[in-house]
Design a protein around this ligand. Sequence first.
Ligand SMILES: Nc1ncnc2c1ncn2[C@@H]1O[C@H](COP(=O)(O)OP(=O)(O)OP(=O)(O)O)[C@@H](O)[C@H]1O
Length: 264
Amino acid sequence: MDNQGFDSELRTYYNDVKTQIKNEHSEYIKKHPELREILNDFLSTVMLEKPQDVYEYAQQYFSYFNIEKDKILLKPIIISGPSGAGKGTLINMIVQQHSDKFQKSISYTSRKPQRGETHGVEYYFVSREEFEKEIAKNSFLEFCVYQGEYYGTHKGKLESIIQSCKIAILEIDVQGAKKVHKEHPEWNYLFLNAPSLEELEKRMKARGSQLTELQIDERLKIAIKEIDESKKLGFYQNLVNDDLEECVEQFIKIQKTKYNDIKW
Ligand SMILES: Nc1ncnc2c1ncn2[C@@H]1O[C@H](COP(=O)(O)OP(=O)(O)OP(=O)(O)O)[C@@H](O)[C@H]1O
């Protein structure tokens, strides 16, 4: 390439950056002799076995490093259900009572925190720009726009729950769950409902945040649609939240049958 057009100051700058990166890299390699070992071993076995599909071979070869002795990675649970069914209440109760087994997956959102909300508790509150950067990096398992704001499940955050050997619980609406199911049909999907539409309406009205009659009507219409669609999808296990204590018990009973390789 002809470098003559380069401004000399810019060239010096680039050279400095290049040297700096080179130094950083060699320092890192010096600190991690295992890197050379791993790569040498990998190349040697590739030369030895000469696989047809090197990508597939590499995937299998390196998956060995994920296996920690006795470490059991548990499938997440996706909970959907109409507004007012008690998803949030149920999840909080489960996580409080069984903190050794379950952990709530906290979503990212671009909306501003409301009074009393804390970053990392209700949501990870990020700016719209940060959220969009993460979308570009394909960091979300699923995301949606609700009332003009982004909401999504960050793969990295979810992975760290899975790696801690806990069952991650994700609250995701039916549309989001549909997307996740396409990628992970083996995960567990639970549809929580109130015992009746009347009870659903009662709970919506009883909630702190005052909803207008119109908003409640709107939510009930969406609820009917969601209940209908959940039945058609066929991958949900149904759970009715009538008495909360009983619902928690029922939830645990279901999970005992699904996760029988852990101590209950
Ligand atoms: N078993 C129950 N019996 C009576 N009330 C309940 C029960 N479970 C939850 N509730 C109440 O119903 C209301 C809605 O609960 P919650 O906010 O957990 O619902 P949600 O499904 O998470 O709704 P949204 O999707 O709108 O956030 C709350 O006031 C909660 O205290």
